[in-house]
Design a binder for this molecule. Structure first.
Ligand code: G3P
Ligand code: CA
Length: 235
């Protein structure tokens, strides 16, 4: 059965990358929570997508220029809806502890020291429950050096060919689009290369959710866990 990876939590119904978004995604049937990691000026890891605080908190400026004591005071919920007022920017350690034994986690390294993430995941005993990706070649390289045993994802758009996902990028999961999923040669080549397949779909078209569910891929990374869970139940 295709596992649901909820992109930044249930981000269309709750403020992204917050405890509330993760909890709602799990209530809606998610199996994994996707999250983004950045580091404060004093080296604390946070779950936040953007380089700056402006869009998703009541703060301003780059996350990496702020002290943890300042970030901890911010509100990360009211921008989305007043009922989420009081939501914090989660520290990564607290967020992972919150999810431990409840969900798998897809950790995207935006801008941080990969060694700190690796140490945290090992300390929490969550190695088998997590997988990793970064758009940063430097961070992917560092992660592979430090943690060769960690599960890693690579997008077909970056790798260019399924055969290079493992051989060059040391990943065991390939991320493809619905359009790529519709091309049997891509799916077959991914399977031949021994990869797990994850489809990334940010839309809310129920026909596409049903199509992905019927395709039987390993993971779907999406913004609407509720819709995919319904499609999966109806199979
Ligand atoms: O798998 C790709 C996904 O994590 C991209 O996320 O941070 O670009 O919204 P983002
Ligand atoms: Ca992400």
């Amino acid at each position: 059965m295709t596992k649901i990876v909820s992109h930044r939590g249930a981000n269309t119904r709750a403020p992204e990358n917050t405890f509330a978004a993760a909890d709602l995604a799990l209530e809606q049937g998610a199996d994994y929570i996707e999250l983004d990691v950045r580091e404060s000026a004093d080296g604390v890891l946070y779950v936040i997508h953007d380089e700056t605080l402006d869009r998703t908190t009541n703060g301003t400026g780059p996350v990496g220029h702020m002290l943890s004591s300042e970030i901890d005071m911010l509100d990360a919920g009211e921008w989305f809806h007043e009922k989420f007022k009081g939501a914090v920017v989660p520290r990564l350690d607290a967020y992972l502890e919150h999810l431990r034994h409840r969900a798998g986690v897809y950790i995207e390294l935006k801008h941080c020291d990969p060694a700190k993430v690796v140490a945290l995941v090992r300390d929490l005993g969550m190695v088998r429950d997590t997988f990793y990706f970064s758009f940063s070649e430097e961070m992917r390289f560092q992660l592979q050096q430090i943690a060769p045993e960690f599960r890693k994802m690579m997008t077909l758009n970056i790798a260019k060919s399924p055969s290079l996902v493992g051989a060059v990028h040391h990943a065991s999961i390939i991320e493809i689009t619905p359009e790529q999923m519709r091309r049997p040669a891509i799916v077959e080549a991914s399977r031949m290369a021994g990869l797990e397949i994850m489809v990334y779909y940010g839309g809310d078209d129920m026909d596409v959710h049903r199509e992905i569910a019927a395709a039987g891929v390993d993971y779907v990374n999406l913004d609407r866990p509720d819709l995919f869970a319904a499609a999966r139940r109806a199979l």
